[in-house]
Design a binder for this molecule. Structure first.
Ligand code: DHB
Length: 530
């Protein structure tokens, strides 16, 4: 569940620099000053099958036996030995020549979840009987259904080696790609798993990362980054990408946030945002009174972070309007079409076929909830007639879900957001990444190329890029972190370029992931067995 990702992100953040995970099982050559040069070529990338340890965990009443190969460095010249390591988990049955759920050692798909949250360092997601959300986590459920699990740790915005911030954008994508290359390099050494059936998974910033991995396969822009860390010389495209509430398309995300929330002038920050600001000494709004709720209470970034709503300032309201007004021309520049080929656009007032498409996603969401027996009679922003959801009112919607972020939501004027930090320099100076905010505020802008290669939309449809064949994108109807328009644009861009996309907004779900594991793995079974 999202809670888990978030807690890991926070732990990693608060303990940045002192957080040490289990030591890698490869020999580390002692190096006093671990610069990139002097740890070069210390790691043999050949997988060693003798390091496996047999384990058994209980998954919904069934014993799941698997072999764990843990903390393997996946690049020859790691920039961070703490972060650039992965673990492989293989159902034990496969080592005896058995089958699970119709899969064999040769055909078993490889489920590859990342633990990135908040653009923080991502930790390895080992199989767990109890995720914070309740039952077994995605890694354990995947094993129980016969998938091989490979989870890499990944550099994040606070990762430091020798005082240098080595995990800013696009390091997270580089690492995920390097982990894929490691698997392909070892496809004949790793005892099970089909490297042509790799399925990524992530939530929020991790969902954005999963979307990036799925849409940037073998893109030449990453070659020099991958060579610098000594990634294996292999392909890094994947078969399928599962993305929960992806915080993606960052340089454009401020506009649709205001397209939805303009006029809603109070906001309720999430607990993690406040913790993050506090830890970086950037919590400087005296109006924000942090609630007494434990951080865990805010697992889906629901409005429990603050005691009272915070009023937006006049300047924030002014920029909100500017951003809202800038959204139609952005949407119109994308040339998006729905599944019937209808062009999706907006007029200057923000109305039009794109808005109708977004409304349909909420209608579909509410209808699905209604059909499964939920009582929606008290929901004031939807209209139900004779058991059919016939309309949604996007004017009433923001007051119900509440605004989480003051305008601008992502690229903050004062450079205080997680994303400003993600686009920061190697000496940790946060930077802007959206033209409109940069022009209105000053401060430094991130490199154009750094911004460009973080966005899947700049890769989809290119001849020199291999996009995953299948995507599953989920964004809860109660999610306040980014506008539904953001995953919708991603889904449409993929679909318009011939990708199979399963895109849905589950009713009542906030900013979270891995909440529908049965459905997730039914989807992966369907695409792997078709
Ligand atoms: C995450 C959530 C956000 O609202 C955001 O802006 C960036 C990252 C996250 O949970 O990963």
């Amino acid at each position: 569940m999202r809670k888990k990702v978030l807690a890991k992100a926070l732990i990693a953040f608060l303990g940045a620099g002192i957080f040490t995970a289990t030591a890698p099982e490869v020999e580390i050559v002692k190096c006093e000053a671990a610069t990139m040069e002097n740890i070069a070529q210390n790691y043999d990338l050949s997988f060693d099958a003798s390091v496996g340890v047999e384990k058994t965990l209980n998954c919904e009443g069934r014993a799941v036996k698997f072999i764990a190969y843990e903390n393997i460095i996946y690049v020859r010249n790691p920039a961070s030995v703490e972060q650039q390591k992965l673990s492989i988990y293989i159902p034990a049955e496969y080592l005896k020549g058995g089958t699970i759920n119709g899969y064999t050692a040769e055909t078993a798909p490889i489920f590859m979840p990342n633990g990135v949250g908040g653009y923080m360092p991502g930790e390895i997601l080992s199989p767990q009987e109890k995720s914070r959300g309740g039952g077994a986590n995605a890694s354990l459920v995947a094993l129980s259904r016969g998938l091989v699990v490979v989870s890499p740790a990944i550099r994040g915005r606070t990762t430091v080696t020798d005082g240098v911030y080595i995990g800013k954008a696009p390091a997270l994508i580089v690492d995920y790609k390097a982990a894929v290359r490691y698997l392909r390099f070892n496809r004949n050494r790793i005892p099970a798993g089909d490297t042509e059936k790799i399925i990524s998974n992530g939530t929020s910033a991790g969902g954005a990362l999963s979307a990036a991995l799925g849409s940037m396969g073998n893109a030449p822009e990453f070659e020099s980054y991958l060579q610098e860390i000594g990634a294996a010389d292999e392909r890094d495209d994947i078969f399928a990408s599962s993305d929960y509430c992806p915080i993606t398309n960052l340089e454009n995300a401020d506009k649709p946030y205001e397209w939805i929330f303009y006029g809603e002038n109070k906001y309720y920050p999430a607990m993690w945002q406040l913790q993050d600001l506090k830890a970086r000494g950037k919590l400087n709004n005296p109006d924000i009174k942090i609630s007494d709720a434990p951080p865990d209470a805010d697992s889906a970034n629901n409005p429990v972070g603050v005691k009272d709503a915070v009023d937006m300032t006049k300047d924030e309201i002014k920029i909100s309007k500017k951003l809202r007004d800038a959204f139609p021309s952005y949407v119109n520049s994308l040339n998006l079409h729905d599944e019937h080929g209808k062009l999706l656009t907006l007029d200057q007032n923000g109305n039009g076929t794109f808005k109708e498409f977004i409304k349909l996603k909420y209608i579909e969401s509410a209808q699905n909830a209604l059909d499964s027996g939920e009582d929606l009679s008290e929901i004031n922003w939807i209209t139900i007639k004779n058991g059919r959801v016939v309309d949604v009112d996007l004017k009433k919607y923001p007051a119900v879900v509440t605004r989480m972020k003051a305008a601008p939501a992502f690229d903050k004027m004062d450079l205080s957001s997680a994303e400003n930090d993600e686009f920061g320099t190697k000496n940790n100076q946060p930077r802007h990444f959206s033209e409109i905010i940069y022009k209105n505020s000053g401060g430094e802008m991130a490199d154009a190329e750094q911004i460009r290669i973080m966005n899947p939309l700049n890769f989809i449809g290119r001849d020199d890029v291999t996009v995953a064949k299948h995507f599953r994108i989920r964004h809860g109807a109660a999610d306040r972190d980014t506008s539904l328009a953001i995953p919708a644009i991603l889904a449409l861009a993929l679909q318009n370029n011939g990708v199979d996309v399963d895109f849905f907004s589950p009713w009542g779900i906030g900013h979270s992931g891995d909440y529908d594991l049965d459905k997730l793995f039914n989807w992966s079974d369907n695409i792997c067995k078709e």
